[in-house]
Design a binder for this molecule. Structure first.
Ligand code: M6P
Ligand code: ZN
Length: 212
């Protein structure tokens, strides 16, 4: 009663309630990551990054002497990924951006390694932000096709389909990707048997050429 004249004073109970409220708000506050929709760059404190240079991509391109003639430190692509749950966990989703440099190894465009999903049924979305290229898809019968990529094209990669991207332009190709957290990456199959066709520059035009 005596202290009720002071408007700033609080009873011990009121103070506990205020503290609890503060804690509840603090524990609910997640800082979201940000996607720069002009460049594709992800920012935030939970982003993982990886880079692949010409030296890392031994065995990927058809013309290995041409690869060896390039500066081994040449960046072919880098990937940023936001993995909010552990890799392999069922029911979650992952998000990433790939930045693929322009360039050629012989007559073959700079490209990603490409992969099947370990869980073959898992699908994925790619959304092109900048640049031009091709999404190369191979089904289980080893039938290979490609979809042209240009800013704002959205690509659905069905399950049971190997996928890789080639940069056919002269600037960085950046694309966003979203895929299930239990998809996984199978690189071994591609390393062993590859895709049935490669995207090559033939008479100045990107052309899917069957492997002989
Ligand atoms: C996209 C996603 C990633 C993938 C990356 C690079 O961002 O599909 O899962 O890792 O491209 O492709 P790759 O793994 O074939 O090198
Ligand atoms: Zn994938």
């Amino acid at each position: 009663m005596g202290h009720s004249s002071d408007s700033r004073s609080t009873s011990p109970i009121q103070r506990v309630e205020a503290d609890l409220e503060h804690k509840t708000v603090a524990s609910m506050l997640n800082t979201p990551i940000e996607v720069n929709l002009t460049t594709g760059e992800l920012s935030g404190d939970r982003i993982e990054s990886a880079a692949r240079t010409i030296a890392d991509l031994k065995g990927l391109f058809r013309d290995d002497p041409a690869r060896q003639a390039l500066d081994p430190n040449t960046l072919v692509y880098r990937v940023q990924a936001f993995l909010p749950v552990p890799e392999g966990e069922e029911g979650g989703m992952f998000w990433g951006t790939t930045f693929l440099s322009p360039g050629l190894v012989g007559d073959e465009y700079f490209m990603t390694k490409g992969h099947h999903h370990l869980q073959r049924s898992r699908a994925e979305f790619y959304l092109t932000i900048t640049g031009t290229g091709a999404l190369i898809l191979m089904d289980e019968k080893r039938h290979t096709t490609f979809e042209p990529m240009r800013p704002h094209t959205l690509h659905y990669i069905p399950g049971h389909t190997a996928h890789r991207v080639a940069n056919t332009g002269d600037s960085v190709l950046a694309f966003l990707a979203a895929w299930p957290s239990d998809a996984g990456h199978d690189y071994g199959t591609i390393a062993r048997v590859g895709f049935s066709a490669r995207l090559r520059k033939v008479g100045g035009i990107p052309t899917l050429v069957e492997e002989s």
